[in-house]
Design a protein around this ligand. Structure first.
Ligand code: DGT
Ligand code: CA
Ligand code: CA
Ligand code: ZN
Length: 577
């Protein structure tokens, strides 16, 4: 399975956070802060830590001295840290699990483990739920309630996975099942079919004449580490990556109803069931049944279920009960952007900054994907750690791009661009003169995430007032399952973007998907246009565009809303200056 290079940054940061916690538990001073500072820097680093380590440039990361650099090298090479292993052995059992919860400091964790035998998050949850924590010294009713909340939050973070990580795995299983002779139909279902940004578990549906054979193949697939439950209609397994996969096998004549039911969402299904009930019908995974006559109205194909209920077929990405059922009834569903509608990628990095492949290599890979153009948007100078380009290097790059374009014979076009930084006060780290020479200017926030909402809002609006800025990159700064969005008044930003003609990016990097589906939809309602960019740091990353399109579809976007569905000449007209 392909691995996403950026997870390494999070892994390294996680190890340092734990070292910091354990050192603090031991009463060591100063060092914990040093590890935390380093962890923070690595977590928010736009460059891949393994690459930085390989290039011997760790000392350029703020907060990384010799000792921590050595630890990073050790982690990158061995995926572990001996120092952490020995710290874990030294301390009372379970303390490190407890301190991972928001609101449980080291002192509380030690007391819980040593004095009360609470060693796991599950122990703690049980104690809190039973109201037994509030009487412990240092705790109270309020702490107890807070602990329950943070347990819920941390469980969500641990148990959900990125769509971009899971979809290739799910497709592989789907292909293997499809190759069986007895399998008539197979489809992904659940949140993965809806292309939700994170996935709880994978759901797969099969129509087969030989359920036993399908279950046997499924439960012995390579990568299956545990079979949780095995039957002829449902089997659940856990893969060695920790993700659960549920397979349901049904008969062909109610595959459509089952697909509709198991695709969900639960809220969407409830809305549909209400429509059925109003007609004295019953809708479940077997079909749509007329209760008066006992006749089955639909069930073999999914569209038939929707049709019988007086609805147009609804794309899975829309099935969240966010108005899609009403729109399907009124015939006002959006003309959703297709997965093949993107003509070029407007956010691509190369070896000129922190990417892994050259301009030519990225162009070659983009051609293979059928693109007509890509914008090379390496970081600008003030992002030292990503080896940002000085104005002089950027000018060299522009000339290099012109040279490659002149040599190209197939009409594929490289656009020159930048991903420049929005400074604390909204200034851009490149001069107008430099910006004027570029085709595409993406401006992003990469620092100062702790500003107030007002400051951040003003900052981003100020950046958009620079007439050369075309696109705001990853507009909320969130990292899925890891970092919350920064505080910002998105409605104000969207209004300004719409009136200034600046596009909002949907950054398709699997850990970002920023804007999110819901924010994208709100931006569209404010009249904003969008740019989809993979933020690729390697040729392989270009394929992440699919997740950006999924997010756009979940945000109800049409091709017209997205500037890079347009042919090159038209795209140029949609860019500013
Ligand atoms: P996930 O796995 O958390 O990412 O989200 P889903 O939507 O895949 O949820 P999951 O795996 O629990 O169930 C798959 C689908 O099956 C769900 O979207 C709708 C359907 N379903 C499951 N349980 C129920 C239920 O209790 N009521 C209804 N109406 N539908 C259900
Ligand atoms: Ca699921
Ligand atoms: Ca499931
Ligand atoms: Zn960026």
């Amino acid at each position: 399975m392909e691995r996403l290079s950026r997870t390494t940054n999070l892994e390294v940061a996680a190890i340092f956070y734990e070292v910091a916690d354990l050192l603090e538990i031991k009463g060591v001073r100063f060092k914990p802060q040093a590890y935390r500072r380093a962890a923070q820097a690595i977590e928010t680093l736009p460059a891949d830590i393994a690459t930085v380590a390989r290039e011997g440039r760790l000392n350029e990361i703020p907060g990384v001295g010799k000792g921590i650099a050595a630890s990073i090298n050790e982690i990158v090479e061995t995926s572990s840290l001996a120092h952490l292993t020995s710290l874990r052995e030294e301390l009372p059992e379970g303390v490190q699990h407890l301190t991972q919860l928001e609101g449980i400091g080291p002192k509380k964790a030690i007391a819980l483990s040593r004095d009360f035998g609470i060693r796991t998050v599950d122990d703690l949850e049980a104690a809190a739920a039973a109201g037994r924590l509030r009487d412990l010294p240092g705790f109270g009713e309020k702490t107890e309630a807070n602990i329950l909340v943070s347990i819920r939050v941390s469980k969500t973070a641990r148990e959900r996975r990125l769509l971009g990580e899971i979809l290739p795995i799910a497709r592989d299983i789907e292909r293997r099942l499809a190759s069986l002779d007895s399998v008539r139909q197979v489809s992904l279902a659940g949140s993965i079919r809806r292309r939700k940004e994170t996935i709880g578990d994978v759901d797969i549906l099969v129509a087969s004449t030989l359920p036993e054979e399908v279950m046997e193949v499924f439960s012995t697939l390579p990568g299956v580490s545990r079979v949780l439950a095995r039957g002829t209609t449902k089997t659940s397994v856990v893969l060695s990556t920790g993700i659960q996969v549920d397979l349901r096998v049904v008969e062909e004549d109610h595959f459509g109803a089952a697909l509709q039911y198991f695709t969900g969402s639960k809220e969407h299904n409830i809305a549909l069931r209400k429509l059925a009930i109003a007609r004295n019908w019953r809708l479940n995974e077997y079909g749509l049944l007329d209760l008066a006559s006992g006749r089955t109205i639909a069930g073999e194909d999914e569209a038939g279920v929707y049709r019988a209920l007086g609805l147009a077929w609804i794309e899975p990405e829309l099935r969240e009960d966010r108005g899609e059922v009403e729109a399907a009834r009124a015939g006002t569903l959006p003309d959703l952007v297709g997965y093949d509608a993107i003509r070029g990628d407007l956010h691509v990095h190369t070896t000129w900054s922190e990417g892994h492949h050259s301009i030519e290599e990225m162009a070659e890979a983009a051609r293979a994907l059928g693109y007509e153009y890509i914008a090379i948007c390496d970081h600008a100078e003030s992002l030292h750690i990503a080896r940002g380009l000085s104005p002089e290097r950027l000018a060299d790059q522009v000339r290099e791009i012109e040279r490659i374009n002149r040599a190209a014979e197939d009409g594929f076009t490289l656009l020159s661009g930048t991903e420049c930084n929005i400074g604390m006060d909204g200034t851009i780290d490149l001069s107008d003169r430099t910006l004027a020479d570029l085709d595409v200017v993406v401006a992003s926030v990469h620092s100062g995430f702790k500003q107030t909402g007002e400051e951040m809002t003003e900052r981003v609006i100020a950046a958009m007032q620079n007439e050369y800025v075309d696109i705001i990159g990853h507009p909320t700064g969130r990292i899925l399952l890891s970092r919350e969005p920064y505080r910002i008044d998105l409605a104000a930003v969207f209004d300004a973007a719409a009136s200034l003609g600046v596009s909002m990016e949907i950054n398709a990097f699997p850990g970002r998907l920023d804007l999110s589906d819901v924010n994208a939809r709100s931006a569209r309602d404010h009249g904003v246009s969008f740019s989809l960019g993979s933020d690729a740091h390697s040729r392989e990353n270009l394929r992440s565009m699919e997740f950006g399109v999924a997010t756009a579809r979940r945000g109800w976007l049409s091709p017209d809303d997205i500037i890079n569905t347009r042919p090159l000449a038209e795209l140029r007209r949609s860019l500013r200056s």
